[in-house]
Design a protein around this ligand. Structure first.
Ligand code: UDP
Ligand code: MG
Length: 312
């Protein structure tokens, strides 16, 4: 029997981009002779006509499945929904905007056939991103990989091929805060990397603003490291040591030379500095407490309105 491949794509307000994307995917799938290909499209609560485009394109095509989420749950949740629905021996998540070139798929499949359990698509250049995004992405990978035992491969997005064993492993991770890149990296497995040049979006706008990316980065850091919590113990100890030395110095000086009153500036600086440091540390604890709170609520990651199989 033919081996089964699942291609999963999350869509959020991609509008007319759907058609071009679907044409590209069809072209690649036709080339993948000898495989039973399943296409899973997840509509992540789009508020434009994305869903009707998806349904129209997949009408009467047995290999298509359209998963309709009840509202916008975010890309990570949409991908999770895709992984849950996909039944292939290998699963390939790919973005809808053709920034993940479908032309790479045959090479990924070949690497999988050669024994890889995970095939990563790595951008050899970020030239299509703005200078700011490039720099902040670089910082994120550096800080994250310093702090966390789970190393996220640099410049690798969600575009990859995963063997069924890997998909099942990812599905066993129960967390609500799903930083997919981190989860994918956490499970490990035999990995091969393919390089590509990331083109700009073919239509529409990015759904990830600076603020959303910042929050995604926090999700990654807090999800895979407790270093930001622990660092305060050491900052505190260091502060105490400095204060102790200073106290000794003041004491000796006062005994020898008597009291000298000025000191308003240094006092104020010390109060403001340590006050703010304490607020920052409480804020960081808050980040973790908030996440504990979300996890304990055990809400599902997404809700499905309907699954259209063979787009009936
Ligand atoms: N996406 C989604 N839900 C969201 C935001 C984005 O399903 O809430 C999808 C989007 O339709 C696209 C993919 O996630 O297929 C990547 O989004 P985008 O291209 O905006 O991200 P970028 O490439 O700029 O990081
Ligand atoms: Mg994109």
């Amino acid at each position: 029997m033919d081996r089964r491949l699942s291609i999963i794509t999350p869509f959020f307000n991609e509008g007319r981009g759907v058609e071009i994307f679907s044409r590209e995917i069809d072209r690649i799938v036709d080339d993948l002779a000898g495989y039973d290909v399943e296409i899973v499209w997840i509509d992540d609560g789009s508020t434009d006509d994305t869903l009707s485009h998806l349904l129209a394109i997949s009408a009467g095509k047995p290999r298509h499945t359209v998963v309709e989420l009840s509202t916008n749950f975010g890309k990570e949740a949409a991908l999770t929904a895709g992984l849950d629905v996909a039944s292939g021996d290998a699963v390939i998540p790919i973005d809808a905007d053709l920034q993940d070139p479908p032309d790479l798929i045959p090479a990924m499949v070949a690497a999988w056939e050669a024994g890889a359990e995970v095939v990563l698509a790595k951008r050899s250049s970020r030239a299509s991103d703005s200078a700011v995004k490039r720099k902040t992405a670089q910082w994120f990978y550096r800080v994250h990989n310093q702090l966390s035992r789970t190393k996220i491969p640099e410049n690798v997005g969600d575009f990859r091929l995963m063997d069924r064993t890997v998909v099942d492993a990812v599905k066993r991770l129960p967390e609500r805060q799903r930083f997919m890149k981190g989860l994918f990296a956490w499970v490990g497995y035999r990995t091969v990397t393919i390089e590509y040049v990331r083109p700009p979006r073919h239509a529409g706008k990015t759904k990830f603003s600076g603020w959303k990316l910042w929050n995604l980065a926090l999700e990654g850091l807090t999800g895979f490291s407790t270093a930001p919590l622990r660092v305060w113990t050491y900052i505190g100890l260091l502060g105490a040591a400095v204060a102790m030395c200073f106290a000794l110095y003041i004491l000796v000086r006062t005994l020898l030379f008597g009291i000298d009153t000025p000191g308003y500036a240094s006092l104020l600086i010390a109060i403001v500095l340590f006050g703010s440091l304490q607020l920052v540390s409480i804020g960081i604890i808050g980040e973790y407490v908030g996440r504990i709170y979300t996890e304990t609520k055990q809400r599902p990651n997404y809700l499905v309105r309907r699954i259209h199989r063979g787009a009936a």
